[in-house]
Design a protein around this ligand. Structure first.
Ligand SMILES: Cc1ncc(COP(=O)(O)O)c(C=O)c1O
Length: 353
């Protein structure tokens, strides 16, 4: 049985969180002399002299309408990367606890574990890039606090089988974090609606992909109210800046435009996969539920270098286990995709014999 008390670090349970000026007075007043701000104003927008809302109420209210979940289930981080780091800091004891990662997958689960001195157990994905449930089971011990799942997975692009994720959720007594950074491009539906069912579930999403706002640094974690309140009490008081809160709020009014971009990107992904599949040196285009394609191509590293000479940067994943001879290619604009394909065809022509 999942027991949040047992999973949470002792120092975090006992933590008295920082009480900011905005926490101690959240009403409205004529004269604010409580936060040592610059009362004269700012060289930028007038109100930028003031600290932002530490709890991002407006953004969360707008998000909760879109996601169909109340604000108490939402945490906002400085990118998903901050959510990943905070999950380690709240739930994993340095030098003692461990987590399970299923590579090839997003690198920050490992880097953040290393920063926090948490040991890592790996259960590599199977040949078809699905979970090796039997292997995961053998790795779990009493100090295993988190199992990281990424669906759709980066860099492989596929969604993990929903039934497999449910098996992990039902059988693991620690936290199961499902990173859904690419979920908007997938046929699979989000696990957010399952939060009522699984108390050990944390879902991560981000504004960096489908929302087109990587520069703002805004990530989301969805979980039980209890988990969210632990993340809230541990985060830096003003982790989401005012400009990001304002711009995210504006973006959230444009769901229609974002949905149109998602449709366009998915259509282009399907078209690009089709074209690449026909290129003679391309051995495989892996099925993708994301906004990128994993492409197995002969002499991948050399193709990578050739593309660089043409001013095109893709991600060389050929040194990653299970991704040997693979490039990860983000879906570009129509024009960029055409330039990419033409350049790969140039390479093929030059190396035909
Ligand atoms: C699976 C996955 N999760 C999280 C992130 C990072 O998201 P953010 O920009 O919100 O920190 C990435 C970025 O590439 C990613 O691929």
């Amino acid at each position: 049985m999942f027991d949040l008390e047992k999973v949470t670090r002792e120092n975090i349970k006992n933590l008295v969180s920082y009480s900011s000026a905005r926490d101690e007075f959240s009403g409205s007043a004529d004269v604010y002399l409580d936060a040592n701000e610059n009362s004269l104003g700012s060289p930028l927008l007038k109100w930028y002299n003031r600290y932002p809302d530490p709890h991002q109420h407006a953004v969360k209210t707008a998000l909760s309408a879109i996601k169909g979940i109340t604000s108490e289930h939402i945490f906002l981080g400085n990118g998903s990367d901050e959510c990943i780091d905070l999950l380690y800091r709240c739930f994993c004891n340095p030098g003692k606890d461990n987590v399970i990662i299923c590579p090839p997958t997003y690198g920050m689960y490992q880097v953040s574990a290393n920063i926090n001195d948490i040991s890592i157990k790996t259960a590599p994905l199977l040949e078809d890039f699905q979970l090796n449930l039997a292997h995961i089971e053998t790795l779990i011990d009493e100090n295993t606090k988190i199992i990281w799942l990424c669906s759709p997975n980066n860099p492989t692009g596929n969604s993990l089988n929903r039934a497999d994720i449910e098996i992990v959720l039902n059988n693991f007594d620690g936290l199961v974090v499902i990173d859904e950074a690419y979920i908007n491009f997938a046929k699979q539906k989000t696990f957010i609606q399952e939060l009522g069912e699984y108390k050990n579930l944390v879902v991560l999403q981000t504004f960096s992909k489908a929302w087109g706002l990587a520069a703002l640094r805004l990530g989301m974690a969805f979980a039980s109210k209890e988990i969210i309140s632990i993340l809230n009490k541990t985060k830096p008081p003003y982790n989401i800046n005012q400009a990001t809160q304002e711009l995210a709020l504006k973006a959230l009014e444009e769901v229609g435009q974002v949905n149109d971009m998602i449709t366009e990107i998915v259509d282009m992904r399907i078209a690009l996969a089709d074209v690449l599949q026909q290129v003679p040196t391309v051995e495989k285009v892996f099925p993708s539920d994301a906004n990128f394609l994993l492409v197995k191509i002969k002499d991948a590293h050399k193709v990578y270098e050739f593309l660089l000479t043409k001013g095109i940067v893709v991600r060389d994943r050929s040194n990653v286990k299970l991704c040997e001879d693979c490039l990860r290619i983000t879906i570009g604009t129509e024009k960029e995709n055409t330039i990419l394909v033409d350049s790969i065809l140039d390479w093929v022509e030059q190396h035909e014999n």
